[in-house]
Write a protein that binds this ligand. Structure first.
Ligand code: PZK
Length: 274
């Protein structure tokens, strides 16, 4: 099959008119892919994405064709998808302060042009979820864009649909996760257009690679929140003499095992499946 895109932890292949998205067991910390895989991670993230696409299919149509009709070597960690014309915006919804949302709040008191109340800190819950789109920069980090800029890029009616679907997917996902003790602080979605112009949800959905997942039991606003999936990796790597530039260090067996257990726990807690 023809490789069309290779990401840090995933590959995208063309199969006739379809695409096959394949999740690897690779893991990144501080944006650097480590040389040691986390066995089962690709399967868990793929099954979690498929589960969410099923749960949230009534919000907006999505690109999934099948989670089973894929080459045998990738079974369980690949999704057959419709090839779409991807829209050049990363659609982010934030319900809690972290990352670039926190930086923006500290600098201006606003997030994506929306004024926030004073006194929020790192990890605080926002009064309501905010749509904070970015554009994919050719190199380096993504650039925040206003809603007006999204409209100029994709057209006003599509921009309205992207904002609606992004906020609704986030709200529905966050409510469901909260009932299972998990905070989804934010999430990044990607959309594309089908041949007939229908806006469709693409990419992966509400996985820990596209979203911040925090254990609700440990949520303490005012400090950085522990990540449900990668905290063992972060804690271990913080104790190394490593400048966070490639190549990353090999992961010791006990940290691999603890991280593997976190991904399995996350999947079981959310979906009720083993
Ligand atoms: C598409 N990416 C991101 C990069 C990956 C994924 N349904 C689609 N149609 C056309 N293009 C894409 C999709 C989807 N999803 C997604 N880039 C293009 C990406 C690297 C590896 F697995």
């Amino acid at each position: 099959m023809e490789l069309v895109h290779s990401g840090k932890v995933r590959e995208l292949y063309a199969d006739g008119d379809d695409l096959i998205m394949v999740a690897s067991d690779r893991v990144s910390v501080y944006d650097v892919v480590l040389p040691t895989p986390i066995p089962g991670k690709g399967r868990i993230l793929t099954q979690l994405s498929l589960w969410w696409f099923g749960q949230l299919g009534d919000v907006i149509p999505n690109h999934v064709i099948s989670g089973t009709e894929v080459p045998a070597e990738w079974e369980g960690r690949a999704i057959r998808c419709r090839r779409l014309r991807m829209l050049p915006v990363e659609c982010i919804a934030r319900g809690y302060l972290a990352g670039l949302g926190l930086a923006s709040y500290r600098a201006t008191g606003e997030i994506s042009g929306v004024r926030m109340p004073p006194g929020l800190g790192e990890g605080s819950r926002l009064p309501e979820p905010v749509f904070t789109p970015t554009t994919k920069a050719a190199v380096g980090h993504d650039e925040p864009v206003t809603f007006g800029e999204v409209s100029a890029l994709v057209g006003g009616s599509i921009a309205v649909e992207l904002r609606r679907a992004t906020l609704e997917i986030y709200r529905r996902g966050a409510v469901l996760a909260a009932a299972r003790g998990i905070i989804i602080a934010d999430t990044k979605l990607e959309f594309g257009l089908a041949g007939d112009g229908t806006v469709m949800l693409a990419d992966e959905l509400l996985t820990p690679d596209s979203s911040r997942f925090w254990p609700a039991s440990e949520w303490t606003p005012g400090r950085p929140q522990p990540a449900l999936d990668k905290q063992f990796l972060r804690d271990w790597s913080a104790g190394l003499d490593w400048d966070r530039r490639p190549p990353g260090p090999a992961i010791p067996d006990d940290v691999v095992a603890a991280t593997q257990a976190r991904y399995a726990e996350l999947y079981t807690r959310l979906t009720g499946r083993e």
